[in-house]
Design a protein around this ligand. Structure first.
Ligand code: ATP
Length: 447
């Protein structure tokens, strides 16, 4: 998730600190940030002899009971290790898939997740990871939690087996709130939801006088998606792509107030091109949004935010890699569909990205799953990496975009790749994440 530039920056901060007013890089960072964005960090909460109730997002993809991608488990290891290494014990809560909310369903059990987590923790969890009972509030689960010793790890069964989770029920939240001495939110991927474990549980724990804080993963996400964007260096470029303009019009609306330019590629560009009166052939378009797109384009112009649209396209005669292909400059003839940005557009977009000091990217430029229509997305990734190497802050959000850079083997070369698809988009839209209200502010603000 984080990268070499981030580690480099932490090292620089540590250097700056020697003899200074703060004793950790996290405290230094917090001192430099506006108050409203700071949340108590797990690293600042004493945990020795305590049970940390951690909401993680272990909603991993599975096929036939086998985990096909364990990134979401690995993303929260830092928080889990932090508690175990400091003499605490861990009670983990997660959802997995979409069970009906009527009790145990074998297909959605978190047992395989417990096994994988035990492997990843290795010697740090010598007694493994306990997953007892058929529900998160089953007597066997409660027994496992009440007998936890320092260094012990319990993973509660899928929260969504209980209907109280999605409904945010108070009695359900109170039962969970009794399972920890402190609450940690490390589930950024779920942070746009107000499920009981995200909001009612920390509120109940706070009412009991227990600390409620952000884990390492949530802290890193907020640092990049809120704080770095709020204090972005200019030129600031947003790159938006992907399938549906309907998902991203609110994002364009919010970002145009912050950025110098918005680059738009992917299928969503065709609705905007249609709004400008450009022929787009058989390319994917959302007709119902053409008028709204016209308004957005006019608003951006009046606010001095440049919207860059493709000037050429890699087109195909059908949605397939085997069909006839050609580059269309400007208008796309009928019978052809744009499946990727063309070479002139790649040159134009990448030059703008390389010249930027802050880049936020959400959504692929073309059908990246189907080469050769991956070229535009690869070129954007490469340009953003080059910008990162010259000191720009580059943030990648969105499920498909994160999957694309991971598939290209490039994920570690950006400043930050977000673990949350829907959540990162909501943050970029300027929406408030309700779950953050339930977390405490910073413990100490020095200096
Ligand atoms: P998420 O919504 O999961 O956070 P995202 O924002 O990164 O992901 P989406 O809006 O879901 O992206 O769109 C990704 C999809 O858009 C990909 O499957 C890709 O193939 C498709 N896509 C991109 N360009 C085109 C195009 N020109 N024509 C058709 N489909 C396209």
């Amino acid at each position: 998730m984080t990268s070499t530039p981030r580690a480099h920056e932490e090292a620089l901060i540590e250097l700056t600190l020697s003899g200074g007013a703060c004793d950790t890089a996290a405290q230094y960072r917090h001192r430099m940030l506006p108050n409203s964005m700071k949340k108590l960090h797990l690293a600042h909460v004493p945990v020795a002899g305590k049970r940390a109730l951690i909401r993680v997002d272990f909603n991993v993809p599975m096929e036939g009971g086998v985990i096909t991608d364990d990134r979401r488990i690995r993303s929260s290891l830092r928080s889990i290790r932090s508690v175990l290494e400091r003499g605490g014990s861990v009670v983990l809560m997660t959802h997995l898939g979409r069970p009906e909310g009527k009790g145990f369903e074998g297909d959605y059990s978190v047992q395989p997740v417990a096994a994988r987590l035990a492997e990843l923790l290795g010697e740090l969890a010598p007694r493994g990871v306990t997953c007892a009972g058929t529900s998160c509030v089953h007597p066997e689960a409660l027994q496992a939690v009440s007998t936890l010793k320092p260094g012990g790890v319990v993973l509660l069964e899928n929260l969504r087996f209980e209907k109280g989770e999605k409904k945010g029920e108070e009695s359900f939240a109170n039962a969970l709130a009794n399972l920890g001495d402190l609450y940690v939110n490390d589930a950024f991927g779920t942070s746009h939801r107000s499920d009981a474990s995200m909001h009612a549980v920390p509120l109940a724990m706070r009412a009991q006088g227990k600390p409620t804080c952000a884990g390492f993963l949530l802290d890193a996400e907020l640092e990049f998606l809120l704080e770095r964007i709020a204090r972005a260096q200019h030129p600031f470029t947003a790159v938006l792509g992907g399938a549906k303009v309907s998902d991203k019009l609110p994002t364009i609306h919010n970002l145009m107030q912050k950025v110098d330019r918005i680059i738009v590629g992917g299928a969503m560009a065709y609705t905007l091109l249609r709004a400008k009166g450009v022929s787009i052939g058989a390319s994917r378009v959302e007709e119902a949004l053409v008028d709204q797109s016209k308004e957005i384009l006019a608003l951006a112009q009046s606010r001095g935010c440049e919207i860059m649209l493709p000037v050429d396209h890699l087109c195909s005669s059908a949605f397939s890699a085997e069909s006839a292909r050609k580059v269309c400059a400007g208008a796309i003839e009928s019978g052809w569909m744009g499946l990727d940005i063309g070479p002139a557009t790649i040159a134009m977009f990448t030059a703008a990205i390389r010249a930027s000091r802050t880049v936020v990217w959400n959504g692929p430029m073309g059908v990246f799953e189907m080469p050769p229509f991956d070229a535009g997305t690869r070129a954007i990734a490469q340009a953003a990496i080059e910008a990162t190497q010259t000191g720009a802050v580059t943030i990648v959000g969105g499920g498909d975009t994160a999957a694309a850079v991971e598939e290209f083997g490039l994920a570690s070369q950006f400043s930050h790749v977000s673990t949350g698809g829907g959540a990162s988009l909501e943050v970029l839209e300027g929406k408030h994440l309700q779950c953050l209200d339930a977390l405490d502010g910073p413990a100490t603000v020095l200096g």
